[in-house]
Design a protein around this ligand. Structure first.
Ligand code: C2E
Ligand code: CA
Ligand code: CA
Ligand code: CA
Length: 272
C-alpha cells in the first residue's frame, strides 16, 4: 500500500497541475468572452400549471466557446465565482434579461423573467443600484423581474444583503429560493428572509411518478408554501405524468424540457 501511495502521488501531480492550468485558461478565456460578447443568455419557458400558458422565462447563461461549442454554466461558473468575474457576468445577464423581457413586452408578450444570482453578486456594495439601473435602462416594470437565490446564499447572508433584497422587494421584484430543499440550511430562515417563490428542485421531480418519498417531499413543500403564501415553481418537468401530479399537488408554475428547453432570445417566434 505504501508504494501505491507513492505511485498515486506521481500519478496525480501532473493531473492537478493540468487542472490548475485548465482553470487559469478558462478564466482568461472567460474575460475575453465577456468582452467579445460570446456569453449569451438563453431562456426557458415557465407555464401556468392550470392554463399551460407561458407566463415567464428563466434566464440561463451560455458560453459560445470558439473551440468547445456551446457551454453550460456547470463547466465554468465555479471558475467565474472564484475569480470574481461572476460579478461582471451576473450584471451582464441581469441587464440582458431585463432588456429582452422589455422587448417581449413591446411585442405584446409581457413575460416575467427570472435571473439567477451568485453569492458574490449579492455581496457587492452597489447590488441594489445595479438592479435598479437594469430596470430603468430597460424600462422593465419591477413586477416582471424575479431574482433567484439559493439556500447557500440565504445561509451566508449579511444584514446588508437582506436589506438590499427587502428594498428590491418593496419595488415589486419577487425573490425566489432556487433548488428549494437541497441546501444544508434549516427552514428557520423563512421566518425573516424575504421570499415570494419556492422552486422545487428537479431531483424531487425526476422520479415523482414512481416515488412516494418524492411525492411526500413535494406535498410538504406545498404545505409550507400555502401557509407562508409563497408561489411554487417546479423545475425539471419532463413528462405529462409529472406535470399532472405537480398540478394536482397544487404547484403554480411548471418548468422543464416537457414545455421547452432553454433557447436563445431569437428562437421565441413572437419576438419577430
Ligand atoms: P438552475 O438555476 O437550477 O437551472 C436549471 C437547470 O436545469 C438549467 O441548467 C436547465 O437547463 C436545466 N433544466 C431545465 N429543465 C430541465 C429538465 O426538464 N430536465 C433536466 N435534466 N434539466 C433541466 P443550466 O442552464 O445548465 O444551468 C445550470 C446552473 O447554472 C443553473 O441551475 C444555475 O445554478 C447556474 N446558472 C445558470 N445561469 C446562471 C447565471 O446567469 N448566473 C448564475 N450565478 N448562475 C447561473
Ligand atoms: Ca435557477
Ligand atoms: Ca433550480
Ligand atoms: Ca437545480
Amino acid at each position: 500500500a505504501k508504494t501505491m501511495g507513492k505511485n498515486n502521488c506521481q500519478f496525480y501531480t501532473p493531473r492537478l497541475t493540468a487542472r490548475l492550468l485548465d482553470r487559469v485558461q478558462i478564466e482568461a478565456d472567460l474575460r475575453v468572452a465577456l468582452q467579445e460578447r460570446s456569453l449569451e443568455v438563453f431562456y426557458q419557458p415557465q407555464v401556468d400549471a392550470i392554463s399551460k400558458k407561458m407566463v415567464s422565462v428563466e434566464a440561463l447563461l451560455r458560453w459560445r466557446h470558439p473551440e468547445k461549442g456551446l457551454l453550460s454554466p456547470a463547466s465554468f461558473i465555479a471558475v467565474a465565482e472564484e475569480s470574481g468575474l461572476i460579478t461582471e457576468i451576473g450584471s451582464y445577464v441581469l441587464n440582458t434579461a431585463c432588456h429582452d423581457a422589455a422587448r417581449w413586452a413591446e411585442a405584446g408578450f409581457p413575460l416575467s423573467v427570472a435571473v439567477n444570482l451568485s453569492p458574490l453578486q449579492l455581496l457587492s456594495a452597489d447590488f441594489y443600484e445595479q438592479v435598479v439601473h437594469a430596470l430603468e435602462t430597460s424600462k422593465l416594470p419591477a413586477a416582471r423581474l424575479e431574482l433567484e437565490v439559493t439556500e447557500n446564499i440565504v445561509m451566508h447572508h449579511t444584514p446588508s444583503t437582506v436589506n438590499n433584497l427587502r428594498a428590491l422587494r418593496a419595488l415589486g421584484i419577487r425573490i425566489a429560493i432556487d433548488d428549494f430543499g437541497t441546501g444544508f440550511s434549516s427552514l428557520s430562515y423563512l421566518k425573516n428572509f424575504p421570499v415570494d417563490v419556492l422552486k422545487i428542485d428537479r431531483h424531487f421531480v425526476n422520479e415523482l411518478q414512481h416515488s412516494k418519498q418524492d411525492e411526500a417531499i413535494v406535498r410538504a413543500i406545498m404545505m409550507i408554501a400555502k401557509t407562508m403564501e409563497y408561489v411554487v415553481v417546479a423545475e425539471g418537468v419532463e413528462t405529462q405524468e409529472q406535470a399532472n401530479i405537480l398540478t394536482e399537488l397544487g404547484c403554480d408554475f411548471l418548468q422543464g424540457y416537457f414545455y421547452g428547453k432553454p433557447q436563445p432570445f431569437a428562437a421565441y417566434a413572437f419576438t419577430a
